[in-house]
Design a protein around this ligand. Structure first.
Ligand SMILES: [Fe+2]
Length: 320
């Protein structure tokens, strides 16, 4: 079993993320890609065998606003397959479970439910809003793709933390993602700065949505959070977690991150999953702890967070 080294645990503790190369089964990645393309209805303009058709945005005729099979602009998010046994085998595999347990503690993980509810079964968090990844999701978030931007030049990339309770996120590449190709972007160290600014360790207060009072809704952030996130954006260079099919990023639930812009001609394809612990419901409303690693493995708590300088290169693939 390839459990994490002390250096990898230390890197994760200090930076809030860790890239594992080749962690996913290649055949499983290939099956996941097949699943993605098989989800298209007949007659779409985007075609698997013609990469020139992969450049976004989606044609109006290919657009679909069903949140379980979303194709809109440059985003393609296939959630319907999120509890397919092959996709769950790919992500909840021995190596990743061992890695997650090395960080969160052995025997603490909640298992996904084969043929259970995929993300989006209960619709969006509010009308026109995003889908809440914690709402009824019993498997992976889905297969998330970013189409090449072509001539599109978007605004500077912002970043955020996720608003739903979970312990450890993963983004697994099921296709090669070159630098600047829409890979997951992380702001190293932001988890330690943002964690204390929340009202609750894992959860967040929310403003309900009302049809007749539409101006305010969604997640409530503290002023301390907003100020610290602005400082993070100002002083921290994000890491572009590009790589090859099978590479995986593990990330802390309070890490600032973003879906990168895709300025290549290759569609970014990844599978996203949230590891949760069986005691999350008991812990989620606790305030941030003085010891922010209280709920993590003994090895992680004991780690001093120091690691060989060479890891700063291997863990920053776009610079390597
Ligand atoms: Fe996010």
């Amino acid at each position: 079993m390839n459990v994490l080294t002390d250096d990898e645990i230390a890197f994760f503790k200090t930076n809030g993320y860790l890239i594992l190369r080749g962690a996913l089964d290649p055949e499983g990645c290939s099956r996941a890609r097949d699943m993605l393309w098989a989800s298209l209805p007949d007659g779409t303009r985007i075609r698997r065998d013609d990469p020139s058709t992969h450049v976004g945005p989606f044609a109006d005729s290919d657009t679909n606003d069903d949140v379980q099979d979303l194709r809109e602009g440059y985003r393609w998010q296939l959630r319907r397959v999120g509890t397919d046994s092959q996709l769950l085998d790919l992500v909840f595999c021995d190596r990743l479970v061992a890695a997650a347990e090395a960080l969160l503690g052995a025997g603490t993980l909640r298992a996904p439910v084969v043929h259970g509810m995929p993300m989006g079964t209960q619709g969006a968090a509010w009308p026109g809003g995003p889908v809440d990844p914690a709402l009824g999701t019993e498997g992976v978030r889905g297969i998330y793709c970013t189409l090449p931007y072509g001539e599109h030049r978007p605004d500077r990339l912002g970043c955020h933390t996720d608003g739903h309770p979970f312990n450890l996120g993963i983004v697994g590449l099921i296709g090669d993602v070159p630098p600047d190709g829409g890979a997951f972007q992380v702001w190293p160290g932001s988890h330690r700065r943002l964690y204390p600014t929340f009202l609750m360790q894992y959860d967040q207060p929310r403003i309900p949505y009302y049809d007749h009072l539409p101006s305010y809704k969604g997640i409530l952030h503290t002023p301390e959070y907003e100020a610290e996130l602005a400082r993070v954006i100002e002083d921290t260079e994000p890491v572009d977690c590009c790589g090859e099919a099978g590479d995986v990023v593990l990330w802390h639930h309070r890490l600032a991150h973003a879906a990168g812009h895709n300025h290549t001609d290759v569609m970014r394809q990844a599978v996203l999953y949230d590891f949760t612990k069986t005691d999350l419901d008991d812990c989620r409303r606790d305030p941030p702890q003085d010891e922010m690693w209280r709920d993590w493995s003994e090895a992680l708590r004991a780690s001093e967070g120091t690691y060989p300088a060479a890891m700063d290169r291997t863990q920053r693939p776009a610079l390597a």
